[in-house]
Write a protein that binds this ligand. Structure first.
Ligand code: PMP
Length: 379
């Protein structure tokens, strides 16, 4: 019999039965009063969850579309934009913004590190930036940007819209939109919400909404805030067909988050990630990001001498755990392990046990059982 595979890549994340049940429901008309009510409740709850006095958009698409949506609604051709990049996904904004005819300035950190709020403040003083983008967690490095401190800096620059990419963070790492001075935050359904891929979720505060209004007509159609605002406030209206079953699935995810409590959820992510990282280090691996800026949603793990990437990931997959490879300069040197969303203890133990079995199968010399022992001691 084929082994069940745990999806321990940094998204999609494992889906629980009550969420997949919603995806498997018989689809109804998007004008069905029961669906309209569900959609409306979802938007209200999402706004409460991350505390925004503004709008929340739930639109079919992925995180990359949300990146475009964020930039498109607050900038126009010829504007200056500052991209704060801590890795591969931060860099993705460069191409998006250059294609839009924006003047792009980039601040980047070596992989595993983050650009400091002081450096950002100095840069923002140089010219008038229409917007600034920061990735909360760059999935390629596992480093977490200090978005709250950057928010304090951003408040000093009223002309600049502060955009946070929360794709590998939101619903797993502490984030509050208005309290942190964030103007736009976005994520995608397949990450810490624990839903399958298919939805983008974007929160926009009053400053971002005012900027959108001031721009007049924008070239983009599907991702225009102005097109979606009437729908998000009254889902009985039509602009483009909502992803009915995905919206139900997200609603179930938010129900689960509220049942757990968002603060408890953030704490759980920290304790799961601390346990996994300690166990992994006990097995002889190294975590790329340093403790002080290490995220709690995923781990980017460097191999010890003598462990081959392709072999390791193949045997680990045979043992029932899928992980992702390293990107760019880290291809072949690291693997990426997601642990965000609805991860339970059973999954954590199974993952570490599968890594141990893999090391044994590869004939790697290490203290047998040390991974599980470390997990148990952390409990
Ligand atoms: N930003 C970050 C930080 C990401 O991790 C990802 C995807 N891994 C994206 C953006 C792009 O999201 P998607 O693959 O859903 O388009």
């Amino acid at each position: 019999m084929m082994n069940k595979k745990l999806v321990m890549i940094p998204g999609p994340t494992p889906t629980v039965r009550s969420i997949t049940d919603q995806m498997g429901r018989e689809t109804v008309a998007f004008g069905d009063p029961s669906f309209v009510k569900d959609f409306k409740e979802l938007i209200i709850n999402l706004k409460k969850l991350l505390k925004v006095d503004g709008e929340c958009f739930v639109v079919a698409g992925t995180g990359t579309l949300a990146m475009e949506m964020a930039v498109s609604n607050v900038t126009k051709r010829g504007d200056n934009i500052l991209i704060v990049s801590n890795g591969f996904f931060g860099d993705r904004f460069i191409d998006i913004c250059e294609r839009k005819g924006l003047n792009v300035d980039v601040l980047s950190a070596p992989w595993g590190e983050v650009v400091s709020p002081e450096t950002i403040e100095k840069k923002l003083k140089e010219k008038n930036y229409a917007a600034m983008t920061v990735s909360h967690v760059d999935t390629a490095t596992g480093a977490r940007a200090p978005i709250q401190e950057i928010g304090k800096v951003a408040k000093k620059f009223p002309e600049t819209i502060y955009i946070v990419d929360g794709v590998a963070a939101t619903a797993g790492e502490r984030e509050y939109v208005d309290d942190y001075g964030i103007d736009i935050l976005f994520t995608a359904s397949q990450k810490a919400f624990g839903v399958a891929p298919g939805l983008l979720i974007l929160w926009a505060g009053q400053k971002a909404l005012a900027r959108r209004k001031a721009l007049g007509t924008i070239p983009e159609y599907y991702i225009d805030f102005e097109k979606w605002i009437p729908i998000m406030n009254d889902p009985s209206k039509y602009f483009a067909t909502p992803a009915v079953n995905m919206i139900w699935a997200l609603k179930e995810s938010v129900r689960m988050i509220n049942e757990e409590g968002i603060e408890a959820r953030y704490d759980r992510h920290i304790s799961v990630s601390d346990s996994i990282n300690e166990a992994i280090e006990a097995l002889g691996f190294t975590i790329l990001a340093k403790n002080e800026n290490r995220c709690s949603t995923l781990s980017n793990i460097l191999y010890p001498e003598g462990v081959n990437d392709i072999e390791f990931r193949k045997v680990l997959a045979d043992e029932g755990v899928m992980v992702a490879g390293g990107l760019a300069a880290y291809a072949g040197k690291m693997f990426r392990l997601g642990h965000m969303g609805n991860i339970d203890d059973h999954t954590v133990y199974s993952t570490i046990a599968a890594i141990e079995r893999t090391l044994i199968k590869l004939g790697y010399k290490y203290e047998k059982g040390i991974g599980l022992k470390t997990l148990l001691e952390k409990k």
